[in-house]
Design a protein. Structure first.
Length: 407
């Protein structure tokens, strides 16, 4: 037999899954609803993703080596990446996603420009899943031609509002709302953002997250995020970040307005039967930083690698237990990372006092190095005991000075 796998969604999660599957000789169908989709996203990726996923230079708009942290009182702390060959990549999602999808297709993935609207669950362990979808490739009415496809395994990479997750009753999760404006600013002001990004914290820009100004190819992305209960405030918070950054984006023209949900934790069930969720559909976005691109791509690849291994490169149909190995491996590798970032968000994003303490702490060079090493390479580089004690003491001192430990 030849295993048939449908990957629904062709962002970094779906594209990396499809690429891994076709390289193993597995028959792979890659669904994408909108081929020119420009997903609302800050677009920051760590250095390790560039090498790990073999990304060419043209998908990286900017190489950020300076980060400015700005506290509620407008105290500014500059953070620098010391090594010349290290940087945070800034991408436009339409460029990154298009490249990763096209590469998977060039390797043999069968691209279907269609919207999956129903997944029929089989009654036996060997019967196929049936995807009902509208094919948009020749549609002139905007709806598409109704079609079906039978496969043995389904990977849901269709984002926070995943229809695949709903089909398998994967359960709900809390989510944040991100709102972003792409603003084209004058050249002299754009020069300031040549290799610099900014993060703003404060109740005026977000009561539970942060706001940002990230440089892109010929514009900056200015945005903010907040948990769902504060969704009604999102435009007020966006006005807050525009006001805080006004002197640096003065004269700018808004060229695009974007908004999207961001998962706040994994779904209760990420594998059901022979269906696995990856990326935002699974809830792989991290707390504190809101990072999702790398973890989406990594989850797609790890899921596909598990399918390849457990199916003997497509010679047998994997079971639910087989697919759950992907979840076990994922949680073992990244569970602590998610826990630590969750704690950091709960501690430092609570009040303006804790945010002031957070920015103050970021002025320490040892904290900066540990933070960047962890972000760029996704491995916490152990500091020696003296440095660890120093960082802990400075963190507590910052919290105490800002009265941030008060209930």
């Amino acid at each position: 037999m030849t295993l048939r796998v449908a990957v629904v969604g062709s962002g970094p999660a779906g594209a990396s899954a499809a690429e891994t599957l076709v390289k193993a000789g597995i028959e792979t169908y890659l669904f994408e609803r909108k081929l020119d989709n420009a997903k609302p996203c800050g677009g920051a990726i760590p250095l390790c993703m560039v090498s790990e996923f073999d990304l060419p230079a043209h998908v990286i708009d900017r190489r950020v080596r300076k980060m400015k942290m700005i506290s509620p009182s407008n105290r500014e702390v500059d953070i620098f990446i010391e090594k010349e060959d290290e940087y945070i990549g800034m991408c436009r999602r339409e460029i990154l996603d298009g490249f990763m999808r096209d590469r998977a297709v060039s390797l043999g993935a069968i691209l279907i420009n269609g919207t999956v609207h129903q997944l029929k669950i089989p009654q036996t362990n060997s019967a196929p899943y049936v995807l009902h979808y509208h094919d948009h490739s020749t549609a002139e009415d905007g709806v598409g031609t109704p079609k079906t496809l039978e496969v043995d395994v389904v990977i849901g990479a269709d984002g926070a509002n995943s229809r695949i997750a709903k089909a398998i009753d994967a359960g709900d999760y809390n989510y944040a709302i991100a709102f972003q404006e792409r603003i084209r600013i004058p050249e002299d002001k754009m020069a300031y953002y040549e290799d610099r990004a900014e993060m703003y914290v404060g109740n005026d820009v977000s009561p539970d997250f942060y706001a940002w100004v990230f440089p892109k190819y010929d514009h900056v992305a200015v945005g903010t995020g907040t948990m769902k209960p504060n969704q009604a405030m999102i435009k007020q918070l966006q006005a807050g970040i525009r006001a805080r950054a006004a002197h640096r984006i003065e004269g700018g023209k808004i060229i695009k307005v974007e908004a999207h949900p961001i998962p706040e934790h994994p779904r209760p069930r990420r594998v059901v039967g022979r269906v696995a969720l990856v990326g935002d559909a699974a809830g792989t976005v991290t707390k504190s930083s809101g990072e999702g691109i790398y973890f989406a791509a990594k989850s797609g690849r790890m899921c596909a690698e598990t399918i390849v291994e457990r199916s003997n490169s497509g010679k047998r149909i994997p079971t639910e237990a087989d697919l759950k190995d992907y979840i076990r491996l994922w949680d073992k590798k990244y569970g602590i990372t998610y826990l630590v970032l969750d704690i950091l968000q709960r501690v430092f994003y609570r009040t303006d006092a804790t945010r002031e303490a957070f920015v103050e702490m970021c002025s320490d060079r040892d904290v900066q190095k540990l933070t960047f090493d962890s972000y760029l390479y996704k491995t916490v580089v152990p500091a020696n005991p003296l440095i660890q004690m120093k960082i802990t003491a400075k963190t507590l001192a910052s919290l105490l000075r800002g009265n941030a430990l008060a209930p």
